[in-house]
Design a protein around this ligand. Structure first.
Ligand SMILES: Nc1nc2c(ncn2[C@@H]2O[C@H](COP(=O)(O)OP(=O)(O)OP(=O)(O)O)[C@@H](O)[C@H]2O)c(=O)[nH]1
Length: 706
C-alpha cells in the first residue's frame, strides 16, 4: 500500500491533469482521509510534491481500448497503457482490495480486479488469451525427447543377437574377435578392409547375422548400468584352458549376472599342451557359480582355439541357439532408437559415432539427438566402409553428420526436425546446468560432513590421549583404547584418486571396474575424473584432496607436471586398464597401517605371589615357572587370567633367578617377575606370556572386502 503522502501526491497530479475533477474529489472523499488529516499532511505534501510526483500527462477517460489477459503483471499493464509503472502502482493504491498488487511483477489473476485497474487508469479493456503462454516454461509441456513405449508383440519382428566378449586378461578375447572379424571380411564379396569401429557383423552362409561389440567388455556394461538400456544380448565368456578361472573371469560373470545377460562359456586355447578343460569346467561351477549344461544347468560350454579358429562353428551355433531361445525381437518402423557405442573426431571425416540401432529403421537424412549432441545422418557405413542407405535393429553402424560429438553410452533418439532437435538440446542443457548445481551443492555438503566427522574423530583422539596419559596405564583400558583406535582408523583410511583417460569409454570402463573393488578397510574416493591430458586443474583437485592422479593413455601437460612437482602430487601413467587397477589396489593396500603381530618368546605360569617391602610400600612379585620358550627381560609381557582376560600388557621392572637379576629365563627354570605396573596383583594360575611385536603390512582381501 502506498503511504498517505504518496496518495496525496498522485491525487494532486491527477487533479492537475484530469478533466473530471469531481471524480477525483470523489475518490479523495471516499478513499482517502478526513480534512483533518489533509491539513496535517499539507505541509509535507507541498514539500515533497515536486520530488515524488512524476511529471506525467495522463489522459484519463480517453476511452481507448487496450488488450488485457488473465495473469497480466502490473508492468505489462503499464506497458499496455503507456503509463509509468510507478503511477499504475499509485493508482492501484486507491483501489479497495488491491493491496496484493504492490510490485511491478505482481500478477493480477483476478479478472474483475484487472478490469477495475484498467478502468481506473482510464482505459477500456479487451480480454485476450495470455500471449506469453507459449514462452512460459510449463511443467506440463516437457521439451525433452523420450523413448517410445514398447511396441506390441505382433508389430515386432525377429532381430539378430548382439554379443559381447569378456574374460580375464590374456585369455584370448582379442584373438577371438580378430579371427571372427577376419572371417567376416573373408566372406564379404569384395574382401573389404575392416576398420575398427567398435562393432562388426558376421553374416553366415544361411544369411543369419550376429553383431559383435568390439569395445572393452566393461564399457558395454557400463552403458547397461548407467542408461538402463540393454546393449548386449549375450556374453561370450572366454576362459583359457591352461589358466582356468581368474579374478576378471569372476568379475565378468558378476557383471553379466547383474545385468541379467546370459553367458556362453568359450574355453579357449584348447590346442595348448597344458590345457585342462575339465579343471576349467569345475572351476566355473565352483568358483564362478555357473550352472553348466553338462552338469544339468543351462550355460553352454564350447571348447575353442581362437588362434586356429577351431570349433568356431560350434560357438556360432551356440549363440544362434541361445538367441532363438531369447526370442529377440524389435519394432522395425521409424523413428529409430539406439545407443552410441564409440565416438571420435576423424581428421578426414569429422565427427563420427558408431551406434547400435536397437529399434526402428534408420535412414539417411534422419535427425538424431544423443545427450546434448545432435546431428543429421549424412552418411552411414558398416565396419567394411560399405555405404548404407538404411540400418535396422541390432545393426552396428558408423554415422557422419554430428554437429557435436555424442558420448559413448548415451542413448540416441530420432526426432522430427532440426528445430525439434535444438529444442531438446536447449532443454537438456538448461536441465543439466540445474542438475550440476544441485550435484555440486550435494558434493560440498557431503565433503563438509566428512570434514566434520574427521574433526570429531580428531577431538575424540585428543580426548582419549589425555585420558590415556592420566590413567595409570591400566592394561584393560589400554586394550579398549587400542580397539577404539582401530575402529576410528577404519573410518578414516581412504585413498583419493583423480582419473583422466583418452576416451569416455575407457574412463567409464575404469570407473566400472573400480566400483567392484569395495573395501571396508580403505575407502576409494574418486574425487574427479574426465577425458584429456592431465591439466593444472586436475592437479589442483588432487592437491585439495591429497589424491593420486591416474592418467590412462593420456599425457601430462607441461605446466601440470610442474604444478604436480611443486605440490608433491604423484601422477601415474598407464595404458593397460588392469595394470592401472592393480596399481590402485596396491596403493589401497599401502595406505593401510601395518598390523602388529605378537611373536611369543616364552610362557610362564604364576605359582605364588610374594609381596616385598619397598619404600614402605608392598610391591607384588610373581613367583613363576617358565613352561615354554624363553622369557626375555627386554621384551614385552602380558598377564592372562582365566578364562581369557588380559589384565596387563607392558614391561618388567625386574626378572630374577634366585637372588640374581637375569636377562633370560629358560624352560623349566623358576623365577621372580616384577611388573612395571605395581598395582597389578597376581594369582596362582595366571599365565605370563613374553612376546615381541612385529609389524606386518596389511592386504585387503578382495573377495570379502576385508
Ligand atoms: N595357443 C593359443 N594361444 C592363444 C589362443 N588365443 C589367444 N592366444 C594367445 O594368447 C595371448 C593373449 O591373447 P589376447 O587375444 O591378446 O588376449 P586378451 O584376452 O585379448 O588380452 P587383453 O586384451 O590383454 O585382455 C596372445 O599371445 C595370443 O596369441 C589360442 O587359442 N591358442
Amino acid at each position: 500500500m502506498l503511504c498517505t503522502t504518496g496518495k496525496m501526491n498522485l491525487l494532486s497530479n491527477l487533479m492537475r491533469h484530469c478533466p473530471l475533477r469531481v471524480c477525483c474529489h470523489e475518490i479523495l472523499k471516499s478513499n482517502l482521509c478526513s480534512s483533518t488529516v489533509l491539513r496535517k499532511k499539507r505541509k509535507s505534501r507541498e514539500e515533497k510534491k515536486m520530488v515524488v510526483a512524476p511529471a506525467v500527462n495522463i489522459q484519463f477517460k480517453q476511452n481507448k481500448t487496450i488488450d488485457i489477459w488473465k495473469n497480466m503483471t502490473i508492468s505489462e499493464l503499464a506497458d499496455a497503457t503507456k503509463i509509468p509503472v510507478d503511477n499504475v502502482l499509485e493508482i492501484i493504491g486507491f483501489i479497495d482490495g488491491a493491496d496484493n498488487y504492490s510490485k511491478p511483477t505482481s500478477i493480477i489473476e483476478n479478472i474483475s480486479m484487472l478490469r477495475e485497474i484498467t478502468k481506473k487508469c482510464g482505459f477500456k479493456s479487451n480480454m485476450i488469451p495470455n500471449p506469453n503462454i507459449s514462452k512460459q516454461p510449463s511443467d506440463k509441456y516437457i521439451k525433452d525427447a523420450f523413448k517410445r513405449p514398447p511396441a506390441p508383440y505382433n508389430s515386432t519382428i525377429p532381430r539378430h543377437p548382439v554379443v559381447t566378449i569378456m574374460g580375464h586378461v590374456d585369455h584370448g578375447k582379442t584373438t577371438l574377435l580378430d579371427t571372427l572379424r577376419n572371417a567376416s571380411v573373408a566372406k564379404s564379396e569384395f574382401g573389404a578392409i575392416t576398420q575398427h569401429i567398435g562393432a562388426f557383423i558376421v553374416v553366415l552362409d544361411n544369411g543369419k547375422k550376429i553383431t559383435f561389440l568390439d569395445t572393452p567388455g566393461h564399457a558395454a556394461f557400463t552403458t547397461i548400468r548407467s542408461r538402463g538400456a540393454q546393449v548386449t544380448d549375450i556374453v561370450v565368456l572366454v576362459v583359457a584352458a591352461d589358466d582356468g578361472v581368474k579374478e576378471q573371469t569372476i568379475e565378468s560373470i558378476r557383471m553379466a549376472k547383474n545385468a541379467k545377460v546370459p553367458i556362453i562359456v568359450a574355453i579357449n586355447k584348447i590346442d595348448k599342451p597344458m590345457a585342462d578343460i575339465e579343471r576349467c569346467k569345475k572351476m566355473l561351477q565352483t568358483q564362478g557359480g555357473l550352472d553348466l549344461e553338462e552338469f544339468g544347468g543351462s550355460v553352454q560350454v564350447v571348447q575353442i582355439s581362437a588362434l586356429h579358429g577351431t570349433n568356431f562353428n560350434y560357438l556360432i551355433e551356440s549363440i544362434l541357439t541361445l538367441a532363438e531361445i531369447l526370442d529377440l525381437r524389435s519394432d522395425p518402423n521409424p523413428p529409430a532408437e539406439g545407443v552410441i557405442i564409440e565416438s571420435k573426431v576423424d581428421s578426414h571425416k569429422g565427427k563420427l559415432a558408431t551406434v547400435l540401432v536397437q529399434r526402428g529403421k534408420l535412414l539417411n537424412g534422419s535427425i538424431l539427438v544423443a545427450g546434448t549432441a545432435w546431428g543429421k545422418v549424412r552418411k552411414m557405413m558398416d565396419h567394411q566402409s560399405n555405404i548404407l542407405q538404411e540400418a535396422n535393429p541390432s545393426d552396428a553402424i558408423q554415422i557422419i553428420g554430428w554437429k557435436e560429438l555424442p558420448q559413448a553410452g548415451q542413448e540416441f533418439l530420432q526426432v522430427s526436425s532440426d528445430k525439434r532437435a535444438r529444442e531438446v538440446i536447449d532443454y537438456r542443457l538448461s536441465k543439466s546446468i540445474e542438475e550440476k548445481q544441485i550435484e555440486d551443492s550435494v558434493h560440498i555438503l557431503s565433503k563438509l560432513e566428512e570434514h566434520n566427522k574427521e574433526y570429531k574423530n580428531h577431538l575424540l583422539e585428543k580426548r582419549n590421549h589425555r585420558i590415556y596419559r592420566r590413567s595409570k596405564f591400566s592394561s584393560v583400558y589400554q586394550e579398549k583404547l587400542l580397539k577404539n583406535r582401530k575402529n576410528e582408523e577404519k573410518e578414516e583410511i581412504r585413498l583419493n584418486i583423480v582419473i583422466k583417460g583418452d576416451v569416455i569409454g575407457s574412463v567409464e570402463a575404469i570407473l566400472d571396474v573400480l566400483e567392484t573393488y569395495e573395501s571396508d578397510q580403505c575407502k576409494l574416493d574418486i574425487i574427479h575424473f574426465g577425458i584429456g591430458n592431465v591439466s593444472v586443474t586436475d592437479i589442483e583437485y588432487a592437491d585439495a584432496f591429497q589424491a593420486i592422479v591416474y592418467a590412462f593413455n593420456v599425457d601430462v601437460l607441461k605446466d601440470a607436471e610442474e604444478s604436480a612437482h611443486q605440490s608433491k602430487i604423484v601422477i601415474k601413467q598407464h595404458n593397460i586398464i588392469y595394470k592401472l587397477i592393480d596399481d590402485i589396489k596396491d596403493e589401497m593396500n599401502n595406505s593401510l597401517p601395518p598390523i602388529e603381530i605378537e611373536d611369543v618368546q616364552g610362557e610362564a605360569s604364576v605359582l605364588q605371589e610374594f609381596l616385598i617391602n619397598e619404600n614402605k610400600k608392598k610391591i607384588p612379585v610373581a613367583g613363576c615357572r617358565c613352561i615354554s620358550g624363553t622369557l626375555k627381560k627386554a621384551a614385552l609381557f602380558k598377564v592372562i587370567r582365566e578364562p581369557d582376560e588380559v589384565i596387563y600388557r607392558g614391561k618388567l621392572s625386574s626378572m630374577r633367578h634366585l637372588k640374581d637379576e637375569v636377562v633370560t629365563i629358560k624352560t623349566n627354570m623358576e623365577c621372580g617377575l616384577r611388573l612395571e605396573d605395581t598395582n597389578i596383583r597376581l594369582n596362582p594360575g595366571d599365565k605370563i606370556v613374553c612376546y615381541t611385536l612385529r609389524e606386518q603390512p596389511q592386504t585387503i582381501n578382495w573377495e570379502t572386502g576385508f
